[in-house]
Every structure is written in structure tokens, then in C-alpha cells.
Ligand binder design. Structure first.
Ligand SMILES: [Zn+2]
Length: 153
């Protein structure tokens, strides 16, 4: 089995409708090239890990990982097809936004989706947002699992 690990990150321009000061919901975060856009130093990425960026369009929120592109401009969806990926595991932030929209896009594309429930966290603008999002993902076909299960693959 090919175990391939693309990592997506927000990589926003300084001015974007994603940010509260320009009409969006969110405080400034992950501005391209800034320290806030870097992966946490304790995150151990394998050398072969593929880093994909999203959120560069100043007109869109781009929550889904399926809006991400690699350094050559290749979209995640196309890379998954090239590598013959049929099943994905999703962890990261935030359950009620990027995780949810990534899972829903993956399910729409016919992928098997597992949510790593011990490796996600929500924003919870409303207290139930994360649990509602997880329920929605499950109701549309996603499975729940934990990171330890990845070690068994
Ligand atoms: Zn963002």
C-alpha cells in the first residue's frame, strides 16, 4: 500500500476577504511567508512529505484541502488521481471548517474518508459546531478513527 502524506497549510495574502478586517470572519493568520504560516517546529514532517498551500485567492476562504496546490500548481484532487489514492485520513484544524470541507469534498469525489478524531480540534464559534460538523461528515459516509490506527497500516 502506498502511504502518501500531503500536508496542506493556509498561505494567505496580507489582504484577503478571509480576514475580519477585510470583511471576513477570521483574525489575521498564516500570512504567506510569515512565521505564523510555518508548521509548528515540533511537527516532524518526513523529507518526502508534500506541502500544499491553500487560501491564496483573496476573494475566497478556501477551507477545503481540495483548494490546495503544490509548488508546481498541481491541485490535490489531480495528485490523488495520479497516485491512485482511494482512501484518505484527515487530521488537523479545524474540525468545523477545513476538516469538514475537506472531508465533504473528498466524499463527493468518491474517496473513502476517515477522520482522525484524536488529531482534530474545532474553532467552535458556536459551542456545538465541531460535534455538528463531525456528525455531518459521518452522515455523509466518513468514518471515525484514531491516529494509532495509522500505525497498523
Ligand atoms: Zn485561513
Amino acid at each position: 500500500m502506498l502511504f502518501w502524506k500531503p500536508n496542506t497549510r493556509d498561505w494567505h495574502p496580507k489582504v484577503t476577504k478571509h480576514f475580519e478586517q477585510f470583511g471576513g470572519v477570521w483574525p489575521v493568520h498564516c500570512v504567506e511567508g510569515s512565521p505564523g504560516a510555518m508548521f509548528h517546529p515540533d511537527l516532524e514532517l518526513p523529507k518526502e512529505a508534500l506541502v500544499m498551500s491553500k487560501g491564496m485567492d483573496p476573494e475566497k476562504d478556501s477551507y477545503s484541502a481540495f483548494h490546495a496546490i503544490d509548488s508546481s500548481g498541481m491541485a490535490l484532487k489531480n495528485l490523488l488521481k495520479i497516485f491512485g489514492v482511494t482512501e484518505i485520513y484527515i487530521g488537523g484544524l479545524a474540525t468545523d471548517y477545513c476538516v469538514k470541507y475537506s472531508a465533504l469534498d473528498a466524499l463527493k469525489d468518491g474517496l473513502e474518508v476517515s477522520i482522525l478524531t484524536d488529531a482534530i480540534a474545532g474553532v467552535n464559534l458556536q459551542p456545538e459546531d465541531s460535534s455538528v460538523a463531525l456528525q455531518e461528515m459521518i452522515s455523509l459516509g466518513a468514518k471515525k478513527t484514531i491516529s494509532e490506527e495509522l500505525r497498523k497500516i
